[in-house]
Design a binder for this molecule. Structure first.
Ligand SMILES: Cc1cc2nc3c(=O)[nH]c(=O)nc-3n(C[C@H](O)[C@H](O)[C@H](O)COP(=O)(O)OP(=O)(O)OC[C@H]3O[C@@H](n4cnc5c(N)ncnc54)[C@H](O)[C@@H]3O)c2cc1C
Length: 384
């Protein structure tokens, strides 16, 4: 079986959640993380109402202490102008910084019995009869199963030849210190922007003492997001007093409807599996969910004999991916026709309520797409 029952590569939300459920299920779990925690992660740190609703069912309270701002308002602009604003009675998004959020989640998995080795960068993976071996060039660790939670550029997935199911776009996060009036103007809301020609969108996610501003594209590379963030901040007239971080990071999307996310003894979870919403770029929800599904799949394997991890890919396909299909269709409309869609939202702000209800989890992308596709008469009038 090896030194460990399961080795988890990567201590982001997917790896930490998988480790927690595996350890709570009585398995010997080792988490290998190449960085030292807490570590900066380029991310908007927006926890949608779907995520926080789900977290409250897991028994993990720690995330609440990491919240820096609560969103009850959305402002949608086109190239920084023509803002359409909607408000909600309940919080739509809770804002966190990923260093403290991820560290707290890892701490929770350690309390359940998982062990963490920091500063261990997995460089080689070998799947063998009876288990897996991973190494950093100096030390080799063996285990019965491997959970690859090593993010969008997953080295484990590359080693296993399992990258064909997704393609990589790019997103950039800039953490900006701004003056107090500017900070206060943005707090309590998320600012979203489209129309800068990047097949994606720009955002400002306010935090307790600074603004996280970002731009993401599902189609382009780093140069586009670097230019995108400069254009967006110019359009809004936001000037940073100081830049705390500015980092671009790949963001994956799936290119297959039924991806195979398992091998004989390895499972891909979170970004390593390409599980990011192809419309809004939300990935934390899918990282947490896939981590749990991976843990449940491993816990159900027979103690002896050949394992069969096929149920993992099947469950991801059945439980998470149907929404992605419709999110992609919504993305085609909104990113493909940004000016027209913005004019439609200006005429019918209730569309924003509908989008928000998808974030709340009370409506599906399928319903949103059907609603938008049903607006063809309104769109025709706008085109004329
Ligand atoms: C700019 C940007 C903004 C985003 N904003 C949001 C948002 O607001 N809300 C949202 O829901 N999603 C957002 N996302 C997506 C979200 O960040 C990811 O979907 C999420 O982090 C995926 O979690 P994960 O655990 O799969 O991977 P990660 O969070 O990427 O964690 C992977 C971990 O593996 C470690 N690792 C990597 N390679 C190795 C190795 N070889 N050996 C050991 N350890 C390794 C890394 O150091 C890291 O700690 C954003 C993404 C980007 C790029």
């Amino acid at each position: 079986m090896g030194d460990w029952d399961v080795v988890v590569v990567g201590a982001g939300p997917a790896g930490a959640m998988a480790a927690k459920f595996l350890a709570a299920g009585g398995l010997r779990v080792l988490v290998l993380e190449k960085r030292r925690l807490p570590r900066y992660k380029a991310c908007g740190g927006g926890l949608s109402a779907k995520v926080t609703g789900f977290l409250s069912t897991t028994g993990w309270q720690g995330w609440q202490k990491t919240v820096q701002d609560v969103t009850k308002r959305v402002v949608l602009t086109f190239r920084g102008m023509d803002g359409v604003e909607v408000s909600f009675a309940d919080p739509l998004i809770h804002m966190v910084m990923r260093d403290s959020f991820d560290q707290s989640l890892v701490e929770w998995s350690r309390q359940a019995g998982a062990e963490l080795w920091e500063g261990f960068e997995v460089k080689a993976v070998q799947e063998m009869d009876g288990g897996v071996a991973v190494g950093d060039g100096k030390t080799t660790v063996t285990a019965g199963f491997l959970v690859a939670a090593d993010g969008a550029t997953s080295r484990v997935a590359r080693h296993l030849g399992m990258t064909g199911h997704r393609r990589l776009g790019m997103a950039l996060e800039a953490e900006l210190m701004v003056d107090r009036p500017t900070l206060q103007r943005y707090q309590g809301a998320v600012w979203l922007n489209h129309g800068n020609g990047n097949w994606g969108y720009d955002w400002i996610f306010p935090k307790g003492g600074h603004l996280s501003a970002g731009t993401g594209t599902f189609r382009h590379k780093a140069r586009v997001v670097m230019q995108g963030i400069n254009d967006y901040l110019d359009q809004l007239g936001v000037r940073a007093e100081c830049l705390l971080h500015r980092k671009a990071h790949p963001i994956p999307t799936l290119v297959q409807d039924h991806p195979i996310l398992h091998s004989r003894r390895c499972l891909l979870v979170g970004d390593a599996a390409g599980l990011v919403d192809p419309f809004c770029g939300e990935g934390i929800f899918y990282a947490l969910q896939s981590g749990i599904i991976a843990a449940e799949t491993i816990l159900r394997q027979p103690k002896a004999g050949e394992p069969d991890l096929g149920n993992y890919s099947w469950r991801i396909g059945r439980e998470l991916l149907p929404e992605f299909k419709y999110a992609s269709l919504v993305a085609k409309l909104v990113f493909g026709l940004p000016r027209l869609m913005h004019r439609l939202v200006q005429k019918k702000p209730e569309i924003m309520q509908m989008v928000a209800s998808v974030v709340f989890g009370s409506h599906s992308y399928r319903e949103l797409y059907t609603f938008l596709a049903g607006q063809h008469w309104a769109l025709r009038r706008l085109v004329r």
